[in-house]
Design a protein around this ligand. Structure first.
Ligand SMILES: [Zn+2]
Ligand SMILES: [Zn+2]
Ligand SMILES: [Zn+2]
Ligand SMILES: [Zn+2]
Length: 309
């Protein structure tokens, strides 16, 4: 395990002395120094014509001469630099600055080798990150499998809920149509009832009117008869004595015989009455016979209740 200072030293060694960054595609020259491939090529281009002709250059670090043919890619250094870059990505302990290469099972946290030696982690089970990583990876994958199963179940439930929504809407639509048609029947029933009552009332009107009109006509005739007697008697009174006394006894007995019969007494009581509350009762019976099952109180039952109160 590398300490903070040793890793800093390692980084310095892996830096290119031309660009001062970690080398990319490092190449070595005769003296043993290495540079980025692009940095050394740039350096060669900038060298004097004489040097270019002779193909002999001097190391920017130690001034030792080198030939361009001696440039060799340094694969091992390249790999080392890759490892350093990876280490840079790894988190280090905030307290000790060391790489977090251990895992404390008791606390479930990443620790460094120095943390492991503190009293806090005494008697704790620790393991190398690489060793426990696979185990936890499997655990995480198991959890993913479980969650995927739950996700599938959730999708299935959503589908079935969507089906329920459709089913419910269809059910409501059927019920809506049923209510419409039930009320259409009810309206036509009530309309027929109204027509029936009006027809009955008209019948009753005609019957009584017929008798009253007959009586009216009789009385009219009687009134004419009486009027003609009055005229006859008045004429007799105003006429001559001979005229007055002629058939006077007969005239008197006929005039006294005139009688006015008391007209028949008609009851003007109406027989056609529409008992609305009874009608509602009939409607209720009718609805029952139609097997209307409306859970909400219908208009008629509501009215029935208000009438009953
Ligand atoms: Zn460089
Ligand atoms: Zn050198
Ligand atoms: Zn630590
Ligand atoms: Zn611990």
């Amino acid at each position: 395990m590398a300490s903070a200072t040793s890793s800093k030293k390692m980084r310095e060694e892996a830096n290119c002395s031309i660009c001062l960054n970690l080398m990319t595609n490092p190449v070595s020259i005769d003296c043993g120094h290495s540079y980025c491939h692009s940095c050394i090529m740039e350096f060669l281009k900038k060298s004097s014509c004489n040097q270019l002709m002779l193909k002999v250059f001097y190391c920017p670090q130690c001034r030792a001469p080198f030939h361009t043919d001696s440039l060799r890619p340094n694969k091992q250094l390249g790999n080392l630099i890759e490892a350093i870059k990876e280490m840079d990505h790894e988190k280090s302990c905030e307290e000790h600055g060391e790489p977090l290469q251990l895992f404390c099972e008791d606390e479930g946290q990443l620790i460094c080798w120095r943390c492991e030696r503190t009293p806090k982690h005494k008697d704790h089970t620790t393991a190398l990150v690489e060793d426990v990583c696979q185990d936890y990876k499997e655990k995480l994958q198991k959890s993913v499998t479980n969650l995927k199963k739950l996700e599938e179940e959730c999708i299935d439930m959503k589908v079935s809920t969507a089906l329920q929504i459709t089913e419910w809407k269809e059910k409501i639509q059927i019920q809506r149509q049923k209510i419409h048609s039930d009320f259409k029947t009810l309206h036509s029933f009530l309309h027929d009832e109204e027509k029936f009552y009006l027809w009955k009332l008209e019948q009753e009107e005609e019957q009584t009117l017929k008798r009253l009109r007959a009586q009216e006509a009789d009385l009219e005739q009687k009134s004419h008869e009486i009027k003609s007697y009055i005229l006859e008697l008045e004429e007799k009174c105003q006429g001559s004595a001979q005229n007055l006394l002629e058939d006077v006894k007969d005239t008197l007995s006929r005039s006294w015989a005139v009688k006015l019969e008391t007209p028949e007494v008609f009851s003007l009581e109406l027989h056609t009455t529409c008992n609305v509350s009874e009608l509602y009762f009939d409607v209720k019976k009718m609805l029952r016979s139609y097997q209307v099952l409306v859970s909400q109180p219908t208009l008629s039952t509501m009215r029935e209740r208000s009438i009953a109160q």
